[in-house]
Design a protein around this ligand. Structure first.
Ligand SMILES: NC(=O)c1ccc[n+]([C@@H]2O[C@H](COP(=O)([O-])OP(=O)(O)OC[C@H]3O[C@@H](n4cnc5c(N)ncnc54)[C@H](OP(=O)(O)O)[C@@H]3O)[C@@H](O)[C@H]2O)c1
Length: 226
């Protein structure tokens, strides 16, 4: 399977690339002209994209079976970032995937996507725009999965003892997850057909028992049915 990873220069994106390499996936990094990529990924195939340029997106995704979207507006005084990147930027990536036949899409979104009243919305209504981005994906007819992580951190130690708590949409409100575990979840979703058509919220802790994504989804489905 060949996968394209957008936002691959970001703190989550480069970890997704590392996790993809660990399981032997063929990958293409979608980055901007001035994006900085860690040295260990510098030899990988790259495509320069602009989220507003359909041709560059089509070229970047063409030939890939899947796209993992890890782009996200960076906090800035430019409050239009969330609309441009998290809504229309996602929409343009989804439309491009449709045009070039990449059937599997994983979107990194955020816990509380869709909320109007939340302190994070001080940055350009980011949670509202993120939900609009999600909706474009959900109505795309592609094999999509939305992953909504809690607050992200850079922790890399002791992750073997940390369990990911998976829930359906609009259940979790806070708590954190290391970007490394989020990256692993994105790759796990690629190999978990039952994650297709689902919004999964994820945080992590050392109290829960470790479940695979497949097991967690099975439990969620049983719970929903009861
Ligand atoms: N931070 C949190 O606690 C948190 C919590 C929940 C969800 N999230 C979401 O998780 C995702 C990953 O977050 P992160 O903090 O790991 O990411 P990050 O380090 O801020 O990286 C963002 C990535 O998006 C790219 N990007 C931004 N604007 C772009 C544009 N206009 N065109 C093309 N690429 C663009 C950046 O490219 P350059 O390197 O070229 O700038 C970078 O690769 C984001 O969607 C974020 O909103 C974050």
């Amino acid at each position: 399977m060949k996968i394209a990873i957008s936002g691959a220069s970001g703190k989550t994106g480069y970890r997704i690339a590392e996790e993809a390499l660990k399981v032997g996936l063929d990958i293409r990094l979608l980055v901007r002209t001035n994006s900085q990529i860690p040295d260990n990924l510098s030899n990988l195939e790259k495509a320069i994209i602009s989220l507003t340029d359909k041709t560059s997106l089509d070229k970047g995704i063409e030939g890939c079976d899947a796209l993992i979207i890890a782009t996200g507006a960076k906090p800035s005084i430019d409050l239009t970032g969330p609309a441009r990147v998290d809504a229309f930027g996602v929409q343009n990536q989804v439309e491009s995937a449709k045009r070039v036949g990449a059937k599997r899409l994983i979107l990194v979104s955020s816990l509380c996507a869709g909320r109007w009243f939340h302190p994070l919305n001080l940055f350009g209504l980011i949670l509202v725009w993120k939900r609009i981005g999600e909706k474009h994906l959900e109505t795309s007819n592609l094999d999509w999965t939305v992953i909504r992580p809690g607050g992200l951190n850079e922790r890399e130690d002791d992750l073997a003892n940390e369990a990911v708590l998976f829930t359906g949409p609009d259940i979790q409100e806070e708590a954190y997850i290391p970007r490394r575990l989020l990256a692993k979840c994105c790759i796990e979703a690629l190999n978990t057909p039952s994650s297709i058509g689902k919004i999964l919220e994820i945080t992590s802790n050392t109290e829960n028992s470790t479940l695979t994504m497949k097991e967690a989804i099975k439990r969620l489905t049983v719970k929903e049915a009861n």
